[in-house]
Design a protein around this ligand. Sequence first.
Ligand code: BGC
Length: 367
Amino acid sequence: MKLFTPTLLALGLLLCSPGFAQVASQDFDSIMLYTLKNSSGTTVTVTNYGAIITSIVVADRDGNMGDIALGYNSADDYMNAVDKPYFGAVVGRYGNRIAKGKFSINDVEYTLAVNNGENSLHGGIIGFDKVVWDATPVGDNALTLTYLAKDGEEGYPGNLVVSVTYTLTEENELKMHYQATTDATTPVNLTNHTYFNLKGEGEGTILGHELMLNAKKFTPVDEGLIPTGELRDVDGTPFDFTTAKAIGRDIEEENEQLTFGGGYDHNWVLDKEGKEGEMTLAARVKEPTTGRVLEVYTTEPGVQFYCGNFLDGRLKGKAGKPYVHRSGLCLETQHYPDSPNQPNFPSTLLEPGEKYDTTTVFKFSAE
Ligand code: BGC
């Protein structure tokens, strides 16, 4: 059994000297746990299984430290839990859904592994969240994880060399830099699937968190959560987060899109205002009782806001508390779902000789 127990986790933390951001590692066979730490005491732990962020410990407005990322204490749980909600993982080769697991490139049809009804979700049956990555510490505050996804893996064309570098800065930012190259044209859409609860993991629902999304449009879906192709105005709908509001405020409104998603589980079209491909603010979340704030910046054109509608209390977290319905929220920066089948969406195709290069930043503070 491969384990990273709280004790070993604590050992990892001990290896970090205060005052400097440091990366420390523990070896559990091939599954490792790495700790990034900065001088304000923020710590982020990452495992090379699925490039998963297993914890993010940050201060609240009174300086109390708390772990705001849902997850488990052992590698075994990540691998064998009854349900696999992609806690903290990098999802790929294609984050979110591809309709019926099919797409064509130059009139050649590809068939993917299908794992979500008739659709392919988050890279298929064994996506990037369920493989072991190679890990290399970079300097004293960063970690690069690399994976070779072979031609044909889960049905995708092309050998894809993919990497993500996590950097924890002194400004309390966790930077995620994704890069990839391929030897055959292939769709690529990488994101991180951390579930946040700014009160602390296991501390009830996220319905009181106040969310702002920098988006005037979203991509409505059908019953299978596949985009219809429309970019719809959020104005006058429960999907309007242009000014911050509690996530729970409109979530029970009668609305076909909320019914299809079982709540919010949609892609918002970020307002890039001519700054396509540049880093812009995507989202801001504040938890009023602790004052903890998360800001998300990204070079990506979209963000999937998913509010843990499929959590149902069966999974227990790091402190042994059940992850109840809507007890975590994901802000998955990305290209839009099903882009390979949607001619009007920005392309996700990576060609040989090109470099996939995107960055997303989670910035933590308290007020
Ligand atoms: C999807 C949800 C899915 C969840 C898996 C999200 O990115 O949009 O529909 O259930 O990931 O945990």
